[in-house]
Design a binder for this molecule. Sequence first.
Ligand code: UT7
Length: 323
Amino acid sequence: MIRSVVLGCGSYLPERVLSNAELAKKVDTSDEWIVQRTGIQQRHIAAEGEFTSHLAIKAAQAALKNAGIDAQSIDLIVLATSTPDNTFPATAVAVQNALGMTHGAAFDLQAVCSGFIFALTTADSLLRTGAGKRALVIGAETFSRILDWTDRGTCVLFGDGAGAVVLEAQQQDGTAADRGVLTTHLRSDGRHKQKLYVDGGPSSTQTVGYLRMEGREVFKHAVGMITDVIVDAFAATGESAETIDWFVPHQANKRIIDASAQKLHIAPQKVVLTVDRHGNTSAASIPLALSVAVNDGRIKKGDLVLLEAMGGGFTWGSALLRW
Ligand code: UT7
């Protein structure tokens, strides 16, 4: 059977680092509160004139380099973002253009913090139907542009960044020993759409709007939803918390990650954590974390890697893949 195998990954973080101490000068917060409640110590913030596409292009170039392939061999770009450069065209076509590609297809996908899992699933499905041979799956965000910098309940949580993976359709045996994406599970429940949203948009207010969140409500649902889709991934493959090598969750809050891992009996040393340095970069957080763990030598070819995310909508999902 055809599987979507990861050929490489890469990421990019804006130069500017914003510490908790600096934030405490702007809003009524403290390093102690932020670290204790979220695990976040710092986040990166895009420079003036630095757009989501700029971060995405750098992450895509790093992923192509890591994969050792040329952009001309890519025929699909799926870019997950909730902070596109413009309402349209898709930020993905800016990436396509910057990579010098005039063939194939490029489009954006929006599932907020779950965006990378949704994009990976979409690209995997298209590759497996023969719609393309190689895909770039990108998560890229500039959430700093949609934050209300006077709201301490949200502005301390998010950061900017981008990550990307290159997938290739490869013939595999059809067993759990295969490399590539083994299973994906997507969910959403629009009853919760007002718990984490942006209070503007082209059709409603003709403004961009700011992020609004009932943090405690999101927190309350997160662990249960995450656990459900991971249980689905294990049931679909026969794998388990014992057999996975790495758990790379969406990086929103260390407490949510710790509680999810604990509930699923995933050993703490298997958990890849970047929320302390990156904050919550929404759709970019998983490919950023993958990139960190690949670059420092933790994730190696053949490793079984479990991904999950939960975010606005609510949307949530999991993916299990062999690197
Ligand atoms: O990416 C996916 C979506 N996002 C998430 O997964 C985020 C989910 N939610 C969370 O991570 C947590 O709910 C937060 C980190 C946002 C908040 O933590 P919490 O433990 O749920 O705190 P809380 O909202 O219950 O607030 C506790 C107190 C409140 O004061 P009172 O009412 O007890 O006097 C807040 O006003 O902490 C106060 N507070 C702050 N204090 C200092 C809220 N934000 C801050 C802040 N600094 N930045």
